[in-house]
Design a binder for this molecule. Structure first.
Ligand code: DC
Length: 204
């Protein structure tokens, strides 16, 4: 039985998803982007569902809808994520995933603090707001993106504000998390730092 949980938290567009996917691929572990859970609930609510009922009835299939990556889905996610009963309804799903055979990488906002406080490795991936907004804007097409850079920056800051200041499971590093600031790091360097943190803890 090999249980090994890697918890990766941090603000929007800091690079946690990229790092989580790279670690999972290199280590042969399963990966869960927990933001997708909140995005899927937000999308169901936008269609008229009750937030708590949507969270309780969430299925794997809901996580593969094509419209979950948009800025508006992120906005809707951040709103339902501030509701304690929605968060509570999603805890078991995440904990089961974290303890699956072969190890798991979960990325989100509260994985190291609330969902998996006993995770073997905890990383808090961050970068300054300008850098994160620029990454999101470039991902969306840069000059060809539907939103100007200033709008994306404004949304990144609004989301940080809401995620960090909600009373239930606010975004913050766990006391024992390794802080990884990617503002001036390439993806390769950020992944290399993360891999070193894992090697230090992983049984050979
Ligand atoms: O990582 P993301 O952009 O997909 O997250 C979307 C929203 O979901 C984000 O604003 C905060 C919320 N979220 C959360 O509260 N807890 C998590 N573990 C993951 C995401």
């Amino acid at each position: 039985m090999m249980h090994f949980t890697i918890a990766i938290d941090g603000p929007a567009a800091a690079g946690k998803g990229t790092i989580a996917r790279a670690l999972a691929a290199r280590l042969g572990m399963a990966h869960l982007d927990t933001g997708l859970l909140y995005r899927a609930v937000g999308a169901l609510v936008a269609e008229g569902a009750d937030p708590v009922a949507a969270a309780q009835g969430l299925s794997e299939g809901d996580l593969t809808r094509g419209d979950l990556r948009s800025l508006s889905a992120g906005e809707a996610a951040s709103r339902v994520a501030a509701m304690p009963p929605v968060r509570a309804a999603l805890v078991d799903f995440q904990r089961r995933f974290a303890r699956r055979e072969g190890g798991a990488v979960l990325d989100g906002r509260d994985i190291g603090t609330v969902i998996c406080p006993d995770a073997e490795v905890k990383l808090f991936v961050t970068a300054d707001a300008e850098t994160r907004a620029r990454r999101r804007w470039l991902e969306a097409g840069g000059e060809a993106a539907p939103e100007p850079f200033a709008t994306v920056l404004h949304q990144v800051c609004a989301r940080d504000e809401r995620d960090m200041n909600r009373p239930d499971a606010p975004l913050r590093p766990a006391d024992d998390a390794l802080i990884l600031d990617t503002t001036r790091l390439s993806i390769e360097d950020a992944v290399a730092h993360a891999m070193r943190a894992v090697s230090d803890r992983k049984p050979k």
